[in-house]
Design a binder for this molecule. Structure first.
Ligand SMILES: O=C(O)CCC(=O)C(=O)O
Ligand SMILES: [Fe+2]
Length: 227
């Protein structure tokens, strides 16, 4: 589900210019960028409440992986439940305003031609996980360019599990370059086609959002860090 933002006042960014510039520079040079305490506390709370209501009302659906996978194999790769953001709820709207500001900044800084953003809530049950993967699939036209993950967990403790492992590139099969706790308000950007990542098994329900800045596949934008 993608949204059009009507012309009007610029959407409110999550953070100031310097921090945005640092994040975009990390993204361009390393392929990923991590920001702690990036989302305002009240937004984290209202997004978490929204996800909990969706869960209680049975509005979350089992996330799928590639076409034609058996359920057993899918379970071994990814165990989580999702709901796409529609922008109908005020918290979703505020979040999408922040991602829209970020989209415009990434385009301005990197000439990335990012065209739209789509995102879903994700709830990993105890035992939930997501095996190492890239977010953009080689068998599809180029569309997901930059991934964004934002976590919503209130009081994450060491030992809760659910960390996100990040590697430097598809050929990197060594130790992860970063292992990030999914703390509420923290945010991660990654190049969708090149940064492998995995969610370790979580010991407690784990809440967050995952989204993708996309190019219009007909246009095929290029993110060129050297530009
Ligand atoms: O929840 C996370 O930390 C990452 C989720 C993820 O990699 C995905 O949904 O593609
Ligand atoms: Fe992912």
């Amino acid at each position: 589900m993608t949204l059009d933002f009507p012309a009007g006042p610029a959407p409110a960014p999550f953070f100031g210019e310097n921090r945005t510039a640092t994040l975009i520079e990390d993204l361009a040079t390393k392929g990923w960028a991590h920001a702690t305490g990036a989302l305002p506390g009240d937004l984290v709370t209202s997004l978490r409440d929204r996800l909990e209501v969706l869960f209680e009302e049975g509005e979350l659906a089992r996330a799928r992986i590639g076409r034609g996978e058996t359920e057993t194999r899918a379970n071994s790769i990814r165990q989580t439940e999702i709901a796409w953001l529609t922008g109908e709820h005020p918290a979703e709207r505020q979040f999408l305003g922040g991602t829209e500001a970020l989209r415009l900044e990434i385009n301005r800084a990197l000439f990335a031609g990012l065209f739209e953003f789509e995102a879903h809530f994700a709830r990993y049950p105890a035992g939930g996980h997501y095996a190492r993967h890239l977010d953009a699939f080689a068998d599809r036209p180029r569309d997901r360019i930059v991934s964004l993950v934002a976590w919503l967990n209130a009081d994450w403790q060491d030992g809760d599990g659910g960390e996100l492992d990040v590697w430097t590139g598809p050929d990197d099969h060594g130790h992860p370059v970063a292992t990030l706790a999914p703390r509420g308000g923290d945010l991660l950007l990654m190049m969708s086609e090149t940064i492998p990542h995995a969610v370790r098994a979580t010991a407690v329900p784990r809440l967050g959002l995952a989204g993708w800045f996309r190019v219009n596949p007909g246009v095929g934008g290029v993110l060129d860090p050297a530009a």
